[in-house]
Design a protein around this ligand. Structure first.
Ligand code: PA5
Length: 359
């Protein structure tokens, strides 16, 4: 099959990736260390008796909230919600911890939600690389975690997730996170070597997956409570890096609906490459569900790949799979001859909105 570039030719990879997405991805372990230091250095304390936690943000800045939500299933006694909107849900009040996250600091939905949180007297922490959000937080005396600018938000996941854990730890809403985080970063460092551009396709699972996705529609199936955010992330990364459509869903729910949708049209089904995201943290019955689902749909779709998240703890396993998806999507972009970094359609849409009068 013809590909625009050969993934094992480093000069071709470099030429196809002028804004260095692969390099940014390989820097994730270092970024995570820096993110922890930056967050730990900020003074955060509130007198509030918190009842719930809400992360507000969009796109690459919201996904850290989803990772936090899934992490919180096991570790946090308060409900954690993610808000991707201009407005806040009506339960938000002075007992809600609001984490306002925008990499650029200029996302209009997030700025609107931030203002609403202020009106509702919710304690707020801002996480951003600058922009309006940083300015407003400074002016309003709101704790501000500043992260470096110059990355694509989706290449700043360490910066956009780990500080949220630190904030919750500082407020005694999470405990004993340090060892898990250290193991996660060490696991990412090992994986970074295993799936880097220098490792040839025959030994590189990310390059192999990218080849399986090439000229197919990726369908990513994860598991609620373990890899649900990872599945969403794979889809988003294939959209933004590879500029291709992809879909995701989760077990066990998809066993109650989507699986039935694999009968027709046959022509389309043959174009699907289904990926199962698996970890040892999945419920034993869900493990069985994966096996049976594979038996049932195996002949109907173009292909099925199973990938396992390895790591010393659930967070490490969640991030190992996330990182594999990030690198796969960048390699897939390069196979198509597409620059993984720019997201011209998001920029175009934001510019068109900026020309309109405010509502
Ligand atoms: O990946 C992207 O560029 C987007 O999904 C952005 O993260 C999203 O548009 C929100 O922007 P920001 O992260 O700057 O708040």
């Amino acid at each position: 099959m013809h590909h625009e570039i050969n993934l094992d030719k480093l000069d071709q990879l470099k030429k196809g990736d002028p804004e260095n997405m692969l390099e940014a991805l390989s820097g994730l372990p270092t970024q995570c260390q820096d993110a922890m230091q930056r967050a730990r250095a900020v003074n955060i304390s509130f007198a509030a008796d918190f009842k719930n936690i809400l992360v507000t943000g969009l796109g690459g800045s919201a996904i850290g909230g989803d990772f936090l939500r899934v992490y919180g299933y096991r570790k946090c006694t308060l409900p954690i919600l993610v808000n991707r909107d201009y407005n806040l849900p009506s339960f938000v009040n002075e007992q809600t911890l609001v984490l306002a996250v925008s990499y650029s600091g200029n996302t209009e939905e997030t700025l609107s939600a931030y203002e609403e949180a202020k009106l509702k007297k919710a304690p707020i922490v801002a996480l951003t690389s600058g922009g309006q959000l940083a300015e407003r937080a400074k002016k309003d005396g709101i704790p501000l975690i500043l992260i470096p600018s110059g990355l694509q938000p989706r290449a700043a996941t360490g910066y956009l997730f780990l500080p949220l854990l630190v904030v919750l730890e500082k407020l005694s809403l999470l405990s004993d996170i340090a060892a898990e985080i250290e193991e996660t970063i060490a696991g990412l460092a090992d994986l970074s070597k295993a799936i880097s551009a220098q490792v040839p396709t025959e030994n590189n699972p990310a390059k192999q997956l990218a080849l399986r996705f090439y000229n197919k529609i990726p369908v990513i199936w994860g598991v609620v409570g373990t890899t649900e955010t990872v599945a969403m992330r794979w889809k988003g990364q294939i959209n933004e890096n590879s500029k291709a459509l992809a879909y995701f869903n989760v077990l066990p729910e998809l066993n109650h609906n989507e699986i039935v949708g694999t009968e027709v049209p046959e022509k389309f089904l043959r174009e699907l490459e289904v990926v199962f995201l698996r970890t040892e943290d999945d419920h034993p019955r869900v493990q069985k569900r994966f096996d049976i689902t594979k038996e049932i749909i195996g002949e109907r779709v173009g292909g099925i790949s199973e990938v396992w998240g390895d790591g010393k703890n659930p967070l490490a396993r969640m991030f190992a799979l996330t990182y594999l998806g990030d690198c796969t999507s960048a390699y897939l972009a390069l196979l198509y001859g597409i620059d993984p970094s720019p997201v011209k359609l998001i920029t175009l849409l934001k510019n068109k909105l900026a020309e309109l009068p405010e509502a």
